[in-house]
Design a protein around this ligand. Structure first.
Ligand SMILES: Nc1ncnc2c1ncn2[C@@H]1O[C@H](COP(=O)(O)OP(=O)(O)O)[C@@H](O)[C@H]1O
Ligand SMILES: [Mg+2]
Length: 381
């Protein structure tokens, strides 16, 4: 096996000591040693600047530039090398100071101290390498973290740009849509000449599509406002029982045309919450709209439960239910399970959820295929 070659710099002014140490190191069989010997701190610095060493054994008692001064200078020059100080008899008390100045370890010159030098060299180099590895790893972690933070910031910027872009486009779509609707209305009312039955039929189809488009545009606008944090709540004290009653009333015609019942289970007293009336009404419309839309038999029940500090609202139907594997996605944008059977944008639930969350409330769904669905939301009083 090829032995690793370790380059040792011995800084020692006493020739006898230097010889003893060199000989002792060379007797160690674990490594091949290449020992350079200098007699002063000044020489040590010169040779260290030009050559690579694995370790420095530095005598504390040197003439002229002392061991401590030499140690400080090496450290100041940022030379990455472990330094073991060889202290004289009685110098032990300086050990702490030497370690503080960056010495890796120290070895007092007692009788036979040279015998512990080979082990000291091995131990020091191993520990120094482990320390370097740890430091490199830490640097790597810091670097990666910085990279991630940068990427994250870029993504957030892009996401904001995307949101602004959507908001602008959607906003721009509203004006032409309004104009188209107004003009169609004029044609439909006969202001541009008599309308034939076939033309009336076609106009009806166009109206349906245009209405769908404006629903989508309005929903998108709401969502982009919520997502960009621009949606503000105009909170007031309001009776949620009254608001729910009005919302249910708006669906009576549709429900009776589908022959489904609309059941109210309300407390017979006011239940006051602090909420944005229009936004909360929209939550009712979105949830009731779904319940009535997807239910073809049975009832839609709205239940209000007055709890301590909050109000629970349940909108329960006897519709087809939502498959359990879809339940956790149902509040995501554009998710529609029965898309082909009913009209919709897939934005009603995300909007409802955002509005409830803006009110510091919670919303959840319970559903069983073939049995029905309940949307439950809680809103603080
Ligand atoms: N009461 C309900 N019963 C069954 N499915 C529902 C109900 N409410 C919502 N869903 C499912 O959730 C999807 C998303 O609802 P929503 O966000 O309101 O979008 P949309 O109503 O425009 O399709 C619906 O397409 C439907 O698949
Ligand atoms: Mg809907």
């Amino acid at each position: 096996m090829v032995k690793e070659k370790l380059k040792v710099l011995l800084v020692e002014d006493n020739p006898t000591d230097a010889l003893i140490v060199k000989k002792r190191i060379q007797r160690d069989n674990a490594f091949e040693y290449d020992i350079a010997h200098v007699v002063s701190g000044e020489d040590a610095l010169v040779i260290l600047e030009k050559n690579f060493f694995n370790i420095v054994l530095l005598d504390y008692n040197l003439p002229k530039k002392s061991g401590l001064e030499t140690l400080k200078t090496i450290k100041a020059k940022n030379i990455e090398i472990p330094i073991v100080m060889i202290t004289g008899q009685g110098d032990e008390q300086v050990a702490a100071a030497l370690i503080k100045e960056g010495a890796f370890d120290y070895l007092p010159k007692r009788d036979g101290y040279e015998d512990s030098i080979p082990l000291m060299i091995r131990k020091t180099i191993a520990e120094f390498r482990a320390k370097l590895e740890r430091e490199n790893l830490q640097k790597e972690i810091v670097l990666r973290k910085e990279e991630l933070e940068k990427t994250n910031a870029q993504l957030m910027k892009l996401d904001n740009m995307k949101s602004d872009f959507v908001a602008n486009i959607v906003h721009e779509l509203r004006t032409p849509l309004t104009i188209i609707k107004g003009n169609l209305d004029n044609i439909d009312k006969g202001f541009a000449g008599e309308v034939q039955p076939k033309q009336k039929e076609i106009l009806g189809d166009i109206f349906r599509v245009i209405n769908r488009l404006s629903r989508l545009v309005n929903d998108l606008l709401d969502l982009s406002k919520i997502e960009s944090g621009k949606m503000e709540l105009n909170k007031e004290s309001l009776d949620i029982v009254k608001l729910a009653g009005e919302s249910v009333k708006a669906f009576e015609t549709l429900a009776s045309s589908k022959k489904i019942g609309l059941v109210k289970e309300f407390p017979d007293k006011l239940v006051i919450v602090n909420a944005d009336k229009d936004k909360l009404a929209q939550v009712f419309v979105n949830l009731l709209g779904n319940a009535v839309k997807f239910t073809d038999n049975g009832n839609v029940t709205v239940k209000i439960i007055d709890l301590q500090g909050e109000v629970e609202v349940r909108i329960q139907d006897t519709g087809p239910g939502i498959p359990s594997d879809q339940l956790d996605k149902i509040f995501d944008k554009f998710v529609r399970v029965l898309a082909e059977t009913k009209e919709g944008t897939g934005l009603g639930l995300p909007i409802a959820k955002d509005i409830i969350v803006l009110h510091k409330g919670r919303i959840r769904v319970e559903s069983e295929s073939g049995i029905g669905t309940s949307f439950i939301f809680m809103i603080p009083k």
